[in-house]
Design a protein around this ligand. Structure first.
Ligand SMILES: Cc1cc2nc3c(=O)[nH]c(=O)nc-3n(C[C@H](O)[C@H](O)[C@H](O)COP(=O)(O)O)c2cc1C
Length: 354
């Protein structure tokens, strides 16, 4: 099978396989393993401080001589959120924390610090990063000009044809078509009140027909069949997420890995409970109680900040009832193996189908 195409040339990789950036799960070791095996590793730093961003880039660089992508959350931080909605949410979270022995950080909603992607771009430039992927939106013109001037290759995320066109109009170099199957946050950005729910089988060919640049399929890719199918549908490459969550290099807690490996096709749902943004995860107690509570929800990133300490405590206690178990619809059976084995298996299987 001939793997070389526009995407492998753009990213200067051997195989058009991208290790999905997964904040909270992807480690520098995971990125390096993908890069060292001829794929594109992607380091997630969405919302992190400039200092943490630089430290993670350096840790990754110490593990691989190959280039890798850095992944940002690109959106405008709302200057304020409804304090009444936030305080009712805080009260609810405090109640759960008290009942279940979790930590709740009691802090005014206005006291949290939020970092914009614009605070991180200079770090990426200083660290010599030339591959940048992003989700949640489109860079503003100033940021775009900065990245262009620094020679960065830009990859955006679309969950509909309209979003792909919006990225394409700005001359983005590659577009991730994220199907509704995908685990984690939705990249949707054009109509937040009407979340696009397009499956990969419909999304990939329609996006590929609409834009000039290479398209990367994300959502449900975990083997040779799904890789080949995505490429038959018009994708130039694939982004593999959930299939790497149980890998040796993953930061996922033991209970999360177990739940993921046992997951059935129907076990994940979309929720805003953890962060205020729609995301797909395995249905758990927090999601259920949130649905029952009928509460208003502070928008991202405020809700994300309100639940950060709470989720971290649940992870430390390895109690999967209370933290986000991000996973896609094909997450079940994710292998507890090194990233290298998983990526090489996918490549071998795809080659065998030629
Ligand atoms: C745990 C988890 C965290 C994620 N975090 C990010 C992120 O930081 N940035 C991003 O662009 N996408 C993120 N995603 C989406 C993935 O990059 C990718 O699009 C998705 O996992 C592909 O679908 P799959 O899970 O079915 O393989 C995340 C997904 C998961 C499962």
């Amino acid at each position: 099978m001939e793997w070389t195409n526009d995407l492998t040339r753009l990213f200067q990789i051997e195989y058009p396989l991208i290790q999905a950036p997964m904040l909270g799960v992807t480690s520098p070791q995971m990125v390096a393993a993908a890069a060292n095996n001829g794929c594109l590793g992607a380091l997630p730093v969405g919302g992190l401080s400039p200092e943490r961003t630089a430290a993670l880039i350096r840790s990754t660089r110490a593990l691989t001589g190959r280039s890798f992508a850095v992944n940002l959350f690109v959106y405008e931080i709302p200057p304020a959120t409804d304090e009444g909605v936030a305080s009712r949410m805080q009260q609810w979270l405090r109640g759960i924390a008290e009942e279940s022995g979790l930590v709740y950080e009691d802090k005014a909603i206005t006291a949290f610090t939020h970092y914009s992607y614009k605070d991180q771009l200079q770090v990426l430039a200083d660290e010599g990063i030339t591959q940048v992927s992003f989700t949640f939106g489109m860079m503003d013109d100033e940021a775009l000009a900065f990245c262009r001037q620094k020679g960065m290759v830009l990859t955006g995320t679309a969950t509909s044809v309209a979003e792909a066109l919006a990225l394409g109009e700005k001359g983005i170099d590659a577009i991730i078509a994220q199907g509704i199957e995908a685990g984690g946050h939705r990249g949707s950005f054009l109509q937040p009140e009407r979340l696009p729910e397009v499956g990969s089988f419909s999304l990939i060919p329609q996006v590929a027909d609409s834009v000039q640049c290479p398209v990367i399929a994300a959502g449900g890719i975990n083997d040779g069949r799904t890789t080949r199918a995505a490429m038959m549908l018009g994708a130039a490459g694939v982004q593999v997420g959930s299939a790497l969550i149980a890998s040796d290099e993953s930061l996922a807690a033991p209970s999360y890995r177990r739940a993921l490996q046992a997951a059935k096709d129907t076990d994940s749902r979309l929720t805003r409970a953890f962060s205020g943004r729609w995301a797909r995860g395995l249905f758990n107690t927090l999601m259920e109680q949130f649905d029952d509570a009928g509460l208003g929800i502070p928008e991202y990133p405020y809700q994300n900040s309100l639940t950060t300490a709470f989720r971290a405590a649940a992870q430390r206690q390895d109690d999967p009832r209370w933290f986000n178990l991000w996973a896609g619809q094909s997450a079940g059976g994710a292998e507890a193996l090194p990233v290298q084995h998983i990526l090489q298996r996918i490549i071998r299987e795809a080659e065998a189908l030629s």
